[in-house]
Design a protein around this ligand. Structure first.
Ligand code: SF4
Ligand code: SF4
Length: 343
């Protein structure tokens, strides 16, 4: 890792330089309170004061809501043409928790069943992180996701009049050297950065008490009254899955053209909170109740991957809390589950 500092005035030229060579995706204000990551045409469109975006930016680019995977033609031989839409892009201003969400998806899509579409896009994505402002429902600090140690080319922390930049890759170094006059970080810059991080961590006001949560979860696994209570208002709408930076389930479908000679295979995001998710041939549904679906979702987010990858598959972004019309709140439910065991 290399460390440099760049005056605020140099940030605009850095962005202009990046735009001269790459497609730039960054946070833009769309409405009074709505931000989203989209293609930037002018550096002034970027608004780094954003606190949240409805859809996680890295997931939207790397694992889009729907995509064609292959086209095929039937004949004496079946010909199959993979469809991979991957191009070089720079994702600028992504928060540490969304970056950690992307790091989780990187592992999912490159381990047991390597996913060529995801991997091709990821290899071409240049990532520039930024210490964004946490929203009031953000509990990333409790999930260890308020700081990113990998997955980025550059990471920018704004220290006031200047920016402290962590440079993690040769590509990041080349961007900084080509498009900015950043200088080596001094001892004082490191002191200021450490102070900044101490204060930054104080901004995370929502807390999830994860201490020995796995044991509490197992102890309440068969407590049907508790799970019925936690899930009783759930509409099974699936919004919590759709906004989550780490949810990775998808459905694959075949569409045959009318000529019956060609077709395509596509995929779209799926949701474990919807009743059809557990429906199998013969009409049996192995997750037929809201309570069972919520219980399994919490297992996936808070326990399964602590065993498999030694990490939660929840980065504490708080999006599911804000998206849920039934006001189901994952960090409040974590407390309820733990209290049930302690009584
Ligand atoms: S967003 Fe809320 S209501 Fe909708 S499925 Fe998730 S928990 Fe249930
Ligand atoms: S489960 Fe909720 S808080 Fe956790 S990463 Fe997903 S959307 Fe964010």
């Amino acid at each position: 890792m290399l460390y440099k500092v760049l005056e605020n005035s140099g940030l605009k030229s850095l962005l202009a330089g990046i735009m001269s060579g790459y497609e730039l995706i960054g946070p833009k204000k769309l409405d009074r309170a709505i931000h989203d990551f989209s293609v930037i045409k002018d550096p002034s469109e970027i608004d780094l004061s954003y606190k949240k975006t409805t859809v996680p930016p890295a997931k939207k680019l790397l694992f889009p809501p729907s995509e064609t995977l292959i086209n095929y033609k039937l004949g004496e031989k079946i010909s199959v043409t993979p469809v991979i839409d991957a191009r070089q892009r720079v994702l600028f201003g992504v928060s540490a928790w969304d970056l950690n969400g992307m790091n989780f998806l990187d592992r999912i899509f490159s381990s047991d069943y390597p996913d060529s579409n995801y991997i091709a896009r990821r290899e071409k994505l240049i990532v520039i992180g930024y210490d964004a402002e946490p929203s009031e429902t953000n509990f990333a600090l409790s999930m260890g996701a308020e700081y990113a140690s990998k997955g980025f080319d550059l990471f920018i922390s704004n220290l006031g009049s200047r920016n402290f930049i962590r440079i993690a890759t040769a590509t990041g170094n080349s961007i900084i050297n080509s498009f900015s006059n950043a200088t080596e970080a001094s001892h004082d810059d490191f002191v200021a950065y450490n102070r900044f991080m101490r204060n930054y961590r104080k901004k995370f006001t929502a807390i999830a008490d994860m201490d020995q949560f796995g044991e509490s979860y197992e102890a309440t696994y068969n407590n049907n009254a508790l799970w019925d209570k936690l899930a009783k208002n759930c509409f099974s709408c699936g919004s919590c899955n759709l906004v989550c930076p780490t949810c990775f389930c998808f459905n694959v479908r075949d569409d045959m053209m009318l000529n019956l000679k060609e077709g395509l295979k596509s995929r779209e995001w799926d949701s474990c909170m919807m009743p059809e998710y557990g429906l199998v041939a013969g009409g049996h549904n192995f997750r037929s109740t809201r309570a069972n679906r919520l219980k399994q979702r919490y297992r996936c987010k808070l326990k399964t991957f602590t065993e498999k990858f030694e990490t939660y598959s929840c980065v504490g972004c708080g999006r599911c809390v804000e998206a849920c019309l039934a006001k189901i709140n994952i960090y409040e439910d974590i407390s309820s589950i733990k209290k049930e065991v302690n009584v």
